[in-house]
Design a protein around this ligand. Structure first.
Ligand SMILES: [Zn+2]
Length: 447
């Protein structure tokens, strides 16, 4: 069993025409199910003048209305507790996760027994693709408290790995457990993987020599797909980094890197991918960034039809060398974090790409977006390592020029700070400060 290449070879390597046939059949059934069983979908399809039977080809999905976080939240508030997007009676629900609520009311994500099993099977598949095998020891370092990524550990357990249900805990304790239990794989955010590696070194623990982690799975931020960030974390740990993507509105991780590390494979037999121009909502060609819109194909408790994720991704053209046929994408960042400078879309990940690629910098950064003279501008703060602290001016020039090359526009100011000045993230990093809308005079001067 452990010599096999894929978790589920047949489904993962299904030729595209057959995969799309399967998706079409599942989508037709799923739309009909949602229409019959969910009051919300019945009303929204009726309002848009579409019926499930109108879907004859996958492209017909474009005729169906979008959903998004706001719809999800509004329906939950309108019909407590689980909302009228729900398509099964509550007695069939066995699990709910809740989003962090950082942007409003926490939204719940319900699962039937079968939904949950499908979810965990998807996790097993992604873990297997990232190289986890039954002989591995896995420490799950994600939050277990309501967070949808908590139960993903079951996918690793079902695969046969020895699982340590770590959860979130103080870094000292996590490092101690890593020393004692010798896990070979962990999963956390890129910021935290970086932070934990730095903390270990400061405590005299060399992760490469003293710990046994050989693979790190990351999710929750774009860093795992930014080559320089990936390399920096891999170097601290002497481990291989795999980027996963998930969203609480559907389930834990629904896409992940294979050994080729050329984009993230979506679990495409369970979830349908559209990549659309955020303004026109028309499909963009492969290789062009657009908003990721996802549609569940199996999740019965609460179908998600054309869910606008708010994430900008690029779908990669062609097939992956690993033999898997399922779509691959690269995450650019959140639409909400994107800012426009002189008509150019800029993502914090562009800045990160540059900052993490310059060895004289610590890798930490902060971006401040603001308005001056009716123009949107941005400043960047970075830290020089102790050895390069005296080269501030040339470093600032280097950062400015490389951001211009990468993003097409340059920051108004780049400030070089001493090491350990910027706040270190222990979970999701907040590296973008948006002062737009604030009075220009209120902006702290100096950079
Ligand atoms: Zn692949």
């Amino acid at each position: 069993m452990s010599t096999r290449t894929y978790w589920e070879e047949e489904i993962e390597t299904l030729p595209r025409p057959q995969l799309e046939q399967l998706q079409l059949r599942r989508l037709q059934e799923h739309l009909a199910f949602a229409y019959q069983r969910s009051l919300y979908y019945r009303q929204s399809f009726d309002a848009a003048g579409v019926k499930p039977a109108d879907l004859r080809h996958l492209a017909d999905l474009a005729r169906f209305p979008f959903t998004d976080k706001k719809v999800e939240r509004d329906r939950q508030l309108a019909v407590p507790d689980l909302g009228d997007m729900l398509a099964v009676p509550e007695e069939e629900i066995v699990f709910v996760s809740a989003s962090s609520g950082s942007t409003g009311v926490p939204t719940l994500s319900p699962f039937t027994k079968k939904d949950f099993d499908d979810f965990q099977n998807a996790e097993s598949r992604l873990f297997w693709a990232a190289g986890m095998r039954p002989k591995d020891r896995y420490i799950h370092a994600l939050n277990f408290s309501l967070f949808v990524g908590g139960p993903d550990v079951i996918g690793a357990q079902n695969l046969g790995a020895l699982c340590i249900w770590g959860g979130t805990m103080p870094s000292d304790r996590l490092l101690y457990i890593m020393k004692q239990f010798k896990p070979t794989i962990t999963w956390t955010t890129p910021s935290y993987a970086w932070h934990l590696g730095e903390t270990a070194l400061k405590q005299g623990i060399d992760p490469r020599r003293d710990l046994h982690i050989r693979k790190i799975i990351v999710a929750g931020e774009p860093g795992g797909s930014i080559p320089a960030t990936r390399k920096a974390i891999e170097e601290i740990w002497g481990a291989d980094l795999y980027d996963f993507y998930g969203l609480s509105d559907i389930f834990g991780a629904c896409a992940g890197m294979c050994a080729q590390k050329d984009g993230l494979h979506l679990v495409e037999d369970q979830i349908l991918l559209e990549v659309l121009d955020p303004q026109t909502q028309q499909p963009v060609p492969d290789g062009t960034p657009g908003e990721m819109v996802l549609t569940t194909l199996l999740k019965a408790a609460r179908p998600m039809i054309r869910f606008r994720t708010g994430d900008i991704v690029t779908r990669l053209p062609g097939l992956c060398a690993c033999g898997r046929t399922h779509a691959r994408f690269v995450v650019q960042g959140r639409i909400d974090d994107m800012f426009i400078i002189s008509g150019v879309n800029v993502f914090p990940s562009d800045v990160e790409f540059v900052v993490r690629g310059i060895p004289a910098l610590t890798g930490e950064y902060r971006i401040t977006v603001y308005e001056k003279d009716h123009l949107t501008r941005f400043d960047v703060e970075v830290e020089a390592t102790a050895d390069f602290a005296h080269e501030g001016e040339s470093l600032a020039r280097q950062v400015t020029n490389q951001i211009k090359l990468r993003a097409g526009v340059k920051p108004s100011n780049v400030k070089i700070l001493p090491d350990a000045t910027l706040p270190r993230a222990t979970h999701k990093a907040k590296r973008l400060v948006d002062l737009r809308g604030a009075a220009e005079t209120a902006r702290a001067s100096g950079i």
